[in-house]
Ligand binder design. Structure first.
Ligand SMILES: [Zn+2]
Ligand SMILES: [Zn+2]
Ligand SMILES: [Zn+2]
Length: 485
């Protein structure tokens, strides 16, 4: 019982193998060292196309015969082959026929090629950093000595206008004295207004406010001390100097940062770039709060690639009003891009909207200007988004694609009267999108592609192709004049 079943299976496979080989030899010109195969394939008289020489393609004849140049048997031209006529536009690469039972034994699974958006999870890693647009460095604008530093530690929260530094400066004293002399001269009627204006301007450049200058003029006495206040609220993230240090014009003393907004700087792989867009939503987690999912918006994608790592810097605006996130934390981020036709991205809440080119959080449903910077809003379409529903790309599962060097091969299942015909097709693919490939050429909507078992189909064909491969290598070693023997 078992033996008979085995024998039947063996016979079926043999029949399939022979059939496949026969069909393949029809599609591709056989080599001259396999004359028997050529005869069985082209022996029938139904062929009406042109004949050519496999070594001299310029030779074209309307009937079989020998090449006038080398004397080899002529073979049918590709364009005139019967398989071509049978299957229309697709030049068949390889064919194998299976009965329904053989299909089940080979555990063949298929999926229809379909038009649909595919979601690509783009994963990136990176680090949280200070938002450079939300920090201020407190600098000495006049040479002197730091008599008092009111903030001793980094991490201290300050409010706008808080006193930060008391600076002792003989140069400031000298200039204030000049100011008072010019003001006195101006009042006694001598024309000193130009000197007065120039001195006021110098003090302003040193960071004194107009009302502070007026106060000095009213008081009538020069001071060798000035107080520097916090220009904005935030956290003191850097303290560069110790009390008593001497400073020059432009020496940094503190940096204050507003941590309610942070930047997440991510590295994106070159291959993921087609799916990343300005304004896209990003989800990320950190080690410190592994259960919490934070969100942000892509604000910048670097125009250049890091040649060493093959990655591109992506900057994400992150709201941190809760204060949980800290600069230098590592993050794992995901962008779930929905891919539409022509390489566009479908983002339901951005489709057909307007966005500020500088502030990706500013999205409006109508034309207008940004409330933050006043710039004209641009269409999200101009940033690579689909403007409305539609343009679903033709996709096939990535499991259906066999990649051999430069070529991508897909097995397509066709119905035939005695079961199924599997056609190995070379296809032109677009980028891979998660578990799918976008198809550019070679597959039509609704065609069934083999997602499971295509390796078995392919190796069956390779076994069948073996004789011609071997004769090919024999031919080449023969050309060497037998040196290899
Ligand atoms: Zn020839
Ligand atoms: Zn204080
Ligand atoms: Zn703006």
């Amino acid at each position: 019982m078992k033996g008979a079943q085995k024998l039947r299976t063996g016979l079926l496979i043999l029949v399939a193998v022979v059939l496949g080989w026969w069909l393949r030899s029809l599609a591709s010109p056989p080599l001259p060292s396999a004359p028997q195969a050529a005869e069985s394939a082209y022996g029938d008289s139904t062929y009406t196309g042109l004949w050519t020489c496999s070594m001299h393609p310029q030779v074209q004849r309307t009937s079989a015969g020998q090449c006038p140049i080398c004397g080899m048997d002529l073979i049918p031209t590709e364009s005139g082959s019967r398989m071509e006529e049978e299957h229309g536009e697709h030049a068949p690469e390889a064919h194998i026929r299976l009965s329904a039972a053989a299909r089940a034994r080979a555990r063949i699974r298929t999926t229809e090629a379909e038009l649909r958006y595919v979601e690509v999870p783009v994963r990136m890693v990176g680090k949280l950093e200070l938002d450079e647009t939300r920090q201020a460095t407190i600098t000495a604008w006049v040479p002197g000595r730091l008599e008092r530093l009111f903030v001793d530690f980094t991490g201290v929260q300050v409010e706008p206008g808080d006193h930060m530094v008391q600076l002792f400066s003989p140069k400031l004293y000298a200039t204030q004295t000049e100011l008072l002399q010019a003001a006195a001269a101006d009042q006694t009627g001598r024309d000193a207004s130009r000197v007065l204006d120039a001195t006021r301007e110098r003090l302003r450049q040193w960071g004194l406010e107009s009302d502070q200058i007026e106060e000095i003029e009213r008081r009538g006495t020069a001071s060798d001390r000035m107080t520097i206040n916090a220009p904005m609220g935030g956290i003191v993230v850097s303290k560069y100097l110790q009390q008593g240090s001497y400073v020059e014009e432009g020496t940094p003393i503190y940096t204050i940062a507003d941590l309610s907004h942070l930047w997440l700087k991510l590295d994106a792989y070159e291959s993921d770039l087609p799916w990343l867009r300005y304004g896209q939503h990003v989800e990320f987690t950190t080690e410190a709060y592994s259960d919490e999912v934070f969100t942000g918006t892509i604000a910048f994608i670097a125009p250049v690639l890091d040649n060493r790592t093959r990655t591109v810097k992506v900057r994400v605006n992150v709201d941190n009003s809760q204060g949980l996130l800290k600069p230098d934390m590592f993050a794992k981020a995901t962008v779930r891009a929905r891919i539409a036709g022509r390489g566009r991205v479908m983002e339901p809440d951005l489709a057909g909207k307007w966005i500020c080119p500088m502030h990706p959080e500013v999205v409006r449903s109508e034309e207008g200007t940004c409330d933050i910077c006043g710039m004209d809003l641009v269409t999200t379409e101009s940033r690579g988004y689909l403007s409305a529903e539609g343009e679903r790309p033709l996709v096939i599962p990535s499991s259906s694609v066999l990649i051999t060097g430069e070529r991508s091969v897909v097995y397509v299942e066709l119905d035939s009267e005695d079961g199924f015909l599997y056609e190995g097709r070379e296809v032109l693919l677009g980028p891979r999108a998660g578990d799918y490939y976008i198809v550019r050429e070679g597959i039509e909507v609704g065609e069934r592609v083999v997602t499971q078992g295509s390796f078995r189909l392919d190796s069956a064909l390779q076994i069948q192709a073996k004789p011609s491969m071997m004769s090919r290598s024999n031919l080449f070693s023969g050309e060497d004049g037998g040196k290899n023997h």
